[in-house]
Design a protein around this ligand. Sequence first.
Ligand code: SF4
Length: 386
Amino acid sequence: MKSPLRLYVHTPFCLHKCHYCDFNSHVFADPPWANYTKALVKELEDYATQPQFSGRKLSSIFFGGGTPSLAPASLFAEVLTTASDLFDFADDVEITLEANPGASEAERFKAYREAGINRLSIGVQSFDDVELKWLERIHSADEAVKAYHMARDAGFDNINLDLMYALPRQSFEQWLISLEKALVLNPEHLSCYQLTVEPHTALHVTHKKQKLALPDENLALQFFWQTRERLAQAGYAAYEISNFAKEGKHCKHNCGYWDYDDYIGIGAGAAGKWDKVNSEVLRYSNMRAPQTYIDAVLHDGKAVNSQETLSYQAAMGEAVWLGLRQSQGVDLLWFKQRFGQNLFDVYPLLTKQWINQGKLEVNGIQLKLTSAGLSLADDISASFLL
Ligand code: SF4
C-alpha cells in the first residue's frame, strides 16, 4: 500500500541572510516572482505525469523557505489551483505557509487564507529584542506579536510559533521569558529548537575565530527537559523532539517526513523522495540558485541537481532513524508491512543493546525512546543508519 503523498514548495528569497541560517535562502531586493511561480507550476505539472503519483491524493502541502511570506498571494493561489487540478486533496488536507514577522502585513494574511492556506508557521525565534538582533532577524518582539494577532484576525485557527533556545550567554530564565510570552498568545503548536552552529554559515566562521559562549551539555539538557515540562503543564504534548502541540494540532506535513511518507519537493533546492516498487527509495534534490532553477524548469520541466537510489537496507535504517524522533516511535507492524521483515530481526544487536541500557522500549506495537533515551536521541536514532 502506498503512503500518504505530500508536497513541499520552497521559496528561497529573503530580505537578509541571518548568520546562523543554513537553509537554501538568497537575498533578493526584488525576487522574480512571476517567473518563479511559472517554474513551480511547470515543475508540479511534470511530476503529476509520473506514474508513481497517479491517482494519489495530496495529504499536506507546505510552503517553506526562505521567506515565503514575501511572495504575492497569487503565487500560492496559482500553485494550489494547479495542485488541485492535478491531484485530489485529502478531506483534511493541511496547507501550511511559513511567515516571518518582518515580512507580514494584515492584507497579505487575508489573501493567504483566500488562496487556501489553512495553517501558519510564524518564525518568531525569540520575544527578546536583544536576542533577535543577535540572531540577525529583521523583526522586533512587538512585530512578532502583531503578526500573530493579524494572522488570527485573518481567520487562521491553526498557528505554529517557531522559537529558538540555547543562544550564547542565554540563561534558562531568559529563555523562559520568551516561552511564557509565546504561551500567552495561545498558539496551537510550538516548535522549540536548540541553536546549532551549522557548517557553511557565517556563524560557523565567527565561532571558529572566537568560540561562542554556548551552553554546555548540562545546561542544554536543562533547557530541553524544562521546556518539555513547562509545555506539558500548559497542555502541549511533545509529539517529536522539538515539536509540541495541543490535541489534534500536530503538523501533519512534518509527521509525514518522520513516518517516511512519499513527498514531492518543488522549488529551488527542494528535495523529494518516494518508494520504488522494489522497496528501494528514490531521493532527489533540486538546483539551489533561484535563476538556475527557473531557467532549467522553464526549459525542460525539471531542475534536479542530484538523485540517488537508497538500497532497501539503507531505507530501513532511515525509516527507523526518522520514526524514533516521534514520541510514539516506530510502528512495528508498519515496519513489517513496509519492508517485509521484523524490525528486531533486522537489528537484533542494536535493539537489544539500547533496550538493555534502558534507552529504547517496546510499548504495544511501538518501538520508542525512553525518557533516558530522549537525552541521547540523536545518537540512538543515528545508530540505525550505520
Ligand atoms: S529569514 Fe529564515 S530562511 Fe531567511 S535567512 Fe533568516 S533564518 Fe534563513
